[in-house]
Write a protein that binds this ligand. Structure first.
Ligand code: GDP
Length: 296
């Protein structure tokens, strides 16, 4: 499960603190030193860690904590609130256009989980009584179109495809018209990924975005890659003005650094978390619940 390492370490720090009763400033400083190490070990961005610890310290050294009858609980509460803030504070919801269809463009590097997440998102929308249309825009990876069609069949969600000889921009435009003609209120466009960010990929994504003006540009990143996921998010955000991030493979990410750093580093909220390969393994990202999960 996600955050095992970090959760365990933080719980240790806080249980030591709770065992102390009244706390001195040194006790708090010592605990925060350990929190800092735990976060760094969880691969949280070092600048984020530094700011986080100094914010918590500022609040935790106050009279309110040191004079409280349960000072350790107050410290945990402060850490919980600051962690929630760090991950975006409140839940960031999926956009909804008042002129349907709402256009969602999925972007990301190859293997991040874009196609799978497109399917999961379609399923989620379908369960909310929407009529999503999946669009096969990854014309370079040989199996991508088929993969989306198989998912569509499994979910009973229509898939718009034009093969691999038509440009993704054309596919996107045609899909938009198709959705209007068929009463689909959401379009989820799968796009090509590469192993690394390159100009050709970014140009293509920009052209698609220019053609269909997405309401959501969701970057799918693999949480297991830690700080690399954050770097990828930063690069994509600079070029494409992302509206949100989907973190995948949280089920296998024992560290949690990406989840904690992405919003703070890029300013872009995490909208969904994927926790498995199955189609129902997608959840809206709730910073407060995630913080509680980390703090145990
Ligand atoms: P794409 O190249 O970005 O379209 O990536 P895919 O959607 O094809 O996913 C790549 C691999 O990651 C597949 O084997 C998926 O089953 C797997 N995958 C996607 N999301 C998750 C997740 O949340 N958890 C786990 N464990 N595997 C995932």
């Amino acid at each position: 499960m996600a955050f095992e390492g970090l959760a365990g370490r933080l719980q240790n720090v806080f249980s030591k603190l709770k065992g102390k009763g009244k706390l001195t400033e040194d006790d708090v400083n010592e605990a925060l030193r350990e929190v800092r190490l735990a976060l760094l070990e969880a691969d949280v961005n070092f600048k984020v860690v530094k700011e986080f610890v100094s914010k918590v310290k500022e609040r935790a050294i106050g009279q309110e904590v040191l004079q409280s009858f349960t000072p350790a609980m107050v410290v945990v509460d402060i850490v919980n609130k600051e962690l929630t803030e760090l991950m975006g504070g409140t839940q960031s919801k999926l956009a909804r256009s008042n002129r349907p269809p709402t256009v969602i463009m999925m972007v990301g590097l190859q293997g991040a989980g874009k196609t799978t997440t497109a399917g999961k998102l379609a399923r989620m929308l379908q369960q909310q009584n929407h009529r999503p249309l999946l669009v096969a825009g990854d014309i370079y990876r040989p199996a991508a179109i088929k993969q989306l069609q198989v998912l569509g069949e499994q979910l009973k969600v229509p898939v718009f495809a034009m093969g691999d000889q038509v440009s993704p921009v054309e596919i996107a435009k045609n899909a938009l018209q198709h959705a209007k003609d068929n009463g689909n209120d959401y379009i989820i466009m799968d796009t090509a990924g590469r192993l690394h960010i390159d100009e050709a990929l970014m140009d293509e994504l920009k052209h698609i975005a220019d053609a269909i003006k997405p309401d959501e540009t969701l970057l799918v990143v693999d949480a297991m890659t830690g700080q690399e996921a954050v770097n990828v998010a930063e690069s994509f955000h600079k070029q494409l003005a992302l509206s949100g991030v989907v973190l995948t493979k949280l089920d296998s990410d024992t560290r949690g650094g990406a989840a904690i750093s992405v919003k703070a580093v890029t300013g872009c909220p995490i909208k969904f978390a994927a926790m498995g390969e199955k189609m129902d393994a997608l959840e809206p990202f709730h910073p407060d619940r995630m913080a509680s999960r980390i703090l145990g």
